[in-house]
Design a protein around this ligand. Structure first.
Ligand code: URP
Ligand code: ZN
Ligand code: ZN
Length: 514
């Protein structure tokens, strides 16, 4: 059934009718898992919306019935971090919104949030470009916006993005010197702007100046292969930038979201800040949770180059620590940073690791790998799994409970996972257009057998039934829960500046201090 998958292009005559044959679905007898609770119940779906969640729902014979006995019925995954059709490092990621989303659906993810890259610094031009890129979408998606330069126009456009375009988060790059990187002055300006609109500030936290220096050092030593990528940007540079971003966010009193937390160094900065009460969210990605850096030393270039991403995949030990941080609540949700470049594209850097396009896959693999690594191993419960892969993302980006929940009234984005079935990951069988896979050969327990997106069965019996154009743009309103109480802390700070002078340093004022 080749013609119904994303790679080969979708053929309506052969695939379309089955794809949307029923708008009424009953999922019977499964264990329905939400972030707060799980129970055995039926789930009834009509016209893309969950209508009822309770035991023993009776329906007529115009309803498609799926038996989920012994299986988990959970909210579809939401991937907070992807780069589909992104122009980057002289090339463009190989998955577009259709192929990347089809891959996502085959892996149990039903929504993603992609990063709009401005065009010559213009946010509105970038937004228009991404609207076009997303026209063929077959699942729901939202946008973050990257900020790559700063001037009055950008500051104005941020407001338009939040108030008119449904964007509630902005990513600032502390790395990629000479292209995307901004300095601390602009980071502060950006944080202040984010705060005024209730938008979430996100950072790519690596010290870009030091990375530049580290790269020069490697080249001078004659290290030009993919291992030079990891050696040139060690964990301390991620730790430094994470710490700096956290302190600047605290200075402005604005919530902060650290994307792709790859090292113990960065994670510990987040842990420390959260312990002190600061609103900091840490997002590890599946490559960083599962892999280690050994692949970067592979003898052949193609194998080694496929692991190149930034911040780098770290030495063994960081992955286990990130898993522990997830299970203990230090980190809050899992992304992928799906940013796929083929072997040919990676070969741009065959003589110089600095030219290898940065990015790895994960959009199709995340749900399986997190289940296997975290739930199957006993580190977390199914309820935690739902929180880390779906619900918390929906809360942070202010679209809960429309997304991220199996509740009456929520969008019908649902997966059925069989804990006794197994998965295997290979480039040969995956649905991304990528010719490689950083998780090649990995096997595990727990398989997504059915994916329902927007009330349609899009993945069943290992077959994709996806319709280009069926995905919707999800507008994300500002002022998520992370902003609650921010103004009280501001008021407290301001009043502390005008406190009566009763201490020895400032001199004791008899009238005021008694
Ligand atoms: O290597 C990566 N992470 N590529 C995607 C761009 C980014 O920094 O997220
Ligand atoms: Zn990044
Ligand atoms: Zn990214």
């Amino acid at each position: 059934n080749q013609v119904c998958d994303a790679w080969n292009g979708y053929d309506e005559a052969q695939c379309g009718i089955q794809a949307s044959s029923s708008s009424k679905i009953l999922i019977k007898g499964g264990t329905v898992v939400n972030a707060h609770h799980q129970e055995i119940a039926d789930v009834y779906v009509e016209d893309g919306i969950i209508v009822a969640v309770k035991p023993n729902i009776k329906v007529g014979d115009d309803v498609t019935v799926l038996d989920a006995t012994g299986k988990y019925v959970m909210p579809g995954g939401i991937d907070p971090h992807t780069h589909l059709s992104m122009e980057f490092m002289g090339t463009e990621t190989i998955d577009d919104f259709f192929s990347g989303q089809a891959a996502a659906l085959a892996g149990g993810t039903t929504m993603h949030i992609d990063f709009v890259i401005p065009v010559n610094g213009s946010l509105s031009a970038g937004f228009k470009a991404y609207e076009r890129k997303a026209e063929n979408s077959c699942m729901d998606y939202g946008f973050h916006m990257a900020i790559t330069k700063w001037d009055e126009v950008v500051a104005e456009e941020m407001e338009i993005m939040v108030k008119e375009k449904g964007i509630n988060s902005f990513k600032f790059f502390m790395a990629y010197k000479g292209s995307l990187m901004i300095n601390d002055e602009l980071l502060l300006e950006g944080f202040k702007r984010c705060k005024s609109f209730g938008a979430l500030a996100m950072v790519h936290a690596e010290n870009g100046d030091a990375v530049f220096e580290g790269q020069k050092r490697m080249i001078e030593l004659g290290i030009t292969g993919p291992e030079g990528h990891a050696l040139s940007r060690p964990p301390m540079l991620e730790g430094e930038a994470t710490s700096r971003a956290i302190r600047l966010a605290s200075f402005v009193n604005v919530p902060l979201y650290v994307v792709h937390v790859m090292s113990i160094d960065a994670m510990e900065e987040i842990a420390k800040a959260r312990k002190s009460g600061q609103r900091v969210i840490g997002e590890p990605v599946v490559s960083g949770l599962i892999l280690d850096d050994s692949g970067l030393w592979a003898a052949d270039f193609v194998t080694a180059a496929k692991y190149v991403m930034s911040p780098p995949i770290r030495a063994s030990g960081h992955n286990k620590a990130l898993q522990a941080a997830l299970s203990s609540g230090v980190l809050q949700l899992v992304g992928t940073d799906h940013c796929p470049f083929t072997s040919t594209q990676k070969s741009l850097g065959i003589d110089d690791f600095r030219k290898i396009p940065n990015g790895v896959n994960g959009i199709e693999e995340r749900m399986h790998l997190v289940w296997h690594t975290m739930v199957e191993s006993g580190k977390i419960l199914p309820t935690d799994y739902v929180r880390l892969t779906s619900t918390e993302c929906a809360r942070i980006f202010n679209i809960y409970p429309r997304k991220g929940a199996i509740l009456a009234g929520s969008d019908a984005d649902i997966i059925i996972l069989n804990p006794n079935s197994s998965f295997e990951i290979t480039a040969r069988s995956h649905h991304s257009r990528l010719d490689t896979n950083v998780f090649e050969g990995m096997k595990g327990k727990g398989k997504v057998e059915v994916t329902i997106a927007g009330g349609r069965i899009v993945w069943e019996n290992d077959q994709l039934k996806v319709v280009p154009g069926s995905g919707k743009y999800i507008e994300m309103p500002p002022f998520s829960y992370l902003f609650d109480g921010i103004e009280k802390a501001d008021a407290k700070y301001l009043s502390s500046l005008h406190a009566p002078v009763c201490d020895a340093w400032n001199g004791y004022d008899e009238a005021q201090c008694g």
